[in-house]
Design a protein around this ligand. Sequence first.
Ligand code: ACO
Ligand code: PYR
Ligand code: MG
Length: 336
Amino acid sequence: MFISKIFKHMPHTNSKFWHFTNKISVRNYTPRRALMYVPGDDTRKLKKAWTLNVDCVAMDCEDGVAINRKETARETIRNILNEGKPTKKKFDWAVRVNSIDSGLCDDDLRALLTAEHLPNTVLLPKVENKEHILWFSERINSYIENKKKVELIIFIESAVAMINLPDICRTAVLLSKTSKFVPCALVFGSDDFCASIGATRTEDSKEILYARQKLVLVAKAFGLQAIDMVYIAYKDLEGLKLQSEEGSRMGYTGKQVIHPDQVPIVQEAFLPNTKQIEWAVGLLNAFKEHQKKWKRSIYLQRKHDRYANYEASTKCDRFNYVIKKLMYTLYIMLHN
Ligand SMILES: CC(=O)SCCNC(=O)CCNC(=O)[C@H](O)C(C)(C)COP(=O)(O)OP(=O)(O)OC[C@H]1O[C@@H](n2cnc3c(N)ncnc32)[C@H](O)[C@@H]1OP(=O)(O)O
Ligand SMILES: CC(=O)C(=O)O
Ligand SMILES: [Mg+2]
């Protein structure tokens, strides 16, 4: 359980330590513990966002922007993309376009994906079915030049989308082999989801428990990050902490936020705690001891039984692989 929890915190990996973990496919892992929305028409908030220590900044064209400000948001974000990333800080530079059914999505994509610099990630809200993914793929292939690709975050926000979820993910994964996007995460859009199923929000969110669990389950089945719901009462930081920790325990890798004060609490909740780190260090030490014994037993088995030797070394490889990942994560945590 702990191992899967820390894998989700693998950061951008261009460190020397990479040589040690050269067989581990975490090289391009982009952490998104907090995914913060910034209304795309609000230059003051956009400037503020660059000063924060947040994993993902989502410049928003969708629900954070009033209908009569859509064009302003699109233009403002395009200008920012033309100028290039405004800081050397490492964070996921993302845009949330309007939904396909809104009729605004194509204009958003055209404006944002033909700017001087591509965003790292496109957030596609209200995906309902695989046809939406096919449409998105066709549109972005016509806008992005060369061999460049963006990461895609798929929003699941309705009853129909929840039913079609595996189909949506399968299509996205298959298309990504030939298209200019790579699916990287699912987002649970709980506010729109509640509206879709006619649920009334409660403090413990029991009314959406099934959907919240299903999203994380399907995300993991397709190797995607799972990003949990927004905690709208942004002044209630205690409630935010409890909900973030709950999401982390459920297997979510991050959470959407709407206010800078929410960022540190959420990012903390999606990191391993001291107890878990101590447990991992204990596991590393135990492993060293076991490895010594295993080496000897493998040597003896090699002499007597070829098949048994094969089994043992396979186990050893698997264990080695897991430990290397653990050590790598500890190294990153110590150096942050
Ligand atoms: C269901 C969904 O789709 S959720 C996504 C759509 N919703 C959103 O995007 C809402 C985003 N959040 C916001 O717009 C704001 O946080 C609000 C409106 C909720 C509150 O804003 P304010 O009243 O300005 O909050 P507050 O005064 O506490 O802000 C403190 C500082 O943080 C800044 N700030 C607040 N929210 C954000 C944000 N999302 N991004 C960047 N900066 C922000 C403010 O500009 C202010 O900066 P300043 O000190 O330089 O003036
Ligand atoms: C985040 C979002 O889009 C929603 O909850 O509907
Ligand atoms: Mg929504």
